[in-house]
Design a protein around this ligand. Structure first.
Ligand SMILES: [Zn+2]
Length: 334
């Protein structure tokens, strides 16, 4: 976390950014992504880099007019890595309940050396982080959100670990010092009245487990305007009963005393309730995801997408009973 780090923690930028390292360094905070580009722009541009080019003309291709920006509810999606928000909630962002919101995506582990293209040495972290930030530029244009990137190191970078059995070990202990830092930082996201959506930690990737654990702690402080989404591609590959058990367990764990604060930081044991926030996932969504994230979408992702399509899967969020905002409950059928 030195000043020479390429990723400027807390910097927000929007789709009118270019793709150079200077742009990644800049802390510009300008237009909303969907003021500049639409998903169709990204589809027709043939890939991530062209799709986010500032040269492309602004156009308004939304068939349905949305309410003025100031009237839309605010949502913050906490994304462990570049890609998790569109992977998990992309259909809702395109044409479901989240389409009507002002969406901010917060990428937690913004320092990364992981792609499907080459061995993730430490020396490759800077160019990889810049590349993946550029993929996110395309995605924020296609899926209509702003992005904020923090500079925690993702698991592969901070540990050098590559064995999936270790990376996805559900019993591996969480780094409590790192978790404390995440909780402190993420707590601030609740300050602007946003509904904050955390990953449920499905699939047991350590980084997803850490962010989910931070969400549980914050839900224990107070449960209003805090929910969890189903992490894809992992959710697509789980049995429904396994998925449900994992999401329901978020509440049970949130009711345990939190040793790091006072004993009063508990909530009554409650049930977690799922809410559909999109219609069935579409081929268009999957095409967009592959356009935006060429460094990440591999055969595992594609098989998960195929399963979702075959099942007519819908994206869901889980809140403590009675806590889901009414506008999210409209789902994706509108
Ligand atoms: Zn992830």
């Amino acid at each position: 976390m030195t000043g020479s780090d390429p990723l400027d923690a807390g910097a927000e930028s929007s789709a009118d950014d270019g793709l150079s390292a200077d742009d990644v360094l800049s802390a510009d905070d300008g237009l909303y992504a969907d003021d500049v580009l639409s998903a169709d722009d990204v589809l027709s541009a043939g890939g991530a880099v062209q799709g986010a080019s500032p040269e492309r003309p602004a156009r308004s291709s939304d068939p349905e007019r949305r309410p003025p920006r100031v009237d839309r509810p605010r949502v913050t999606i906490v994304s462990p890595h570049f890609d998790d928000a569109p992977l998990s909630l992309g259909q809702s962002l395109l044409d479901g309940a989240l389409r009507g919101a002002r969406v901010r995506v917060v990428v937690v582990f913004g320092r990364t050396n992981f792609t499907r293209w080459f061995h993730p040495t430490r020396g490759r972290a800077v160019p990889t982080s810049i590349w993946r930030r550029s993929e996110e530029l395309a995605a924020q244009a296609a899926f209509h959100y702003r992005v904020r990137t923090a500079r925690w190191e993702e698991l592969v970078l901070r540990t050098g670990e590559l064995d999936p059995a270790t990376l996805l070990d559900p019993n591996a202990p969480l780094d409590q010092h790192l978790l404390d830092g995440l909780v402190t930082w993420l707590r601030r996201l609740r300050g602007d009245g946003s509904t904050v959506l955390f990953p449920g930690g499905l699939g047991d990737h350590m980084d997803h487990r850490l962010v989910a654990a931070a969400g549980r702690r914050l839900m224990a402080e107070h449960p209003d305007r805090l929910g969890f989404y189903e992490d894809r591609p992992y959710a697509s590959l789980l049995e429904q009963s396994t998925l449900t058990a994992a999401m329901v367990a978020l509440a049970a764990e949130s009711a345990e005393p939190d040793a790091s604060t006072s004993a009063s930081s508990t909530v009554p044991l409650t049930s977690m309730v799922p809410t559909e926030v999109s219609g069935p996932v579409t081929v268009r969504l999957h095409t967009l995801l592959q356009r935006c994230y060429p460094s990440q979408i591999d055969d595992l992702f594609r098989s998960a997408m195929d399963r979702d399509l075959a099942a007519g899967a819908r994206e869901r969020v889980w809140f403590a009973a009675g806590e889901c905002p009414s506008w999210l409950r409209r789902g994706g059928d509108g």
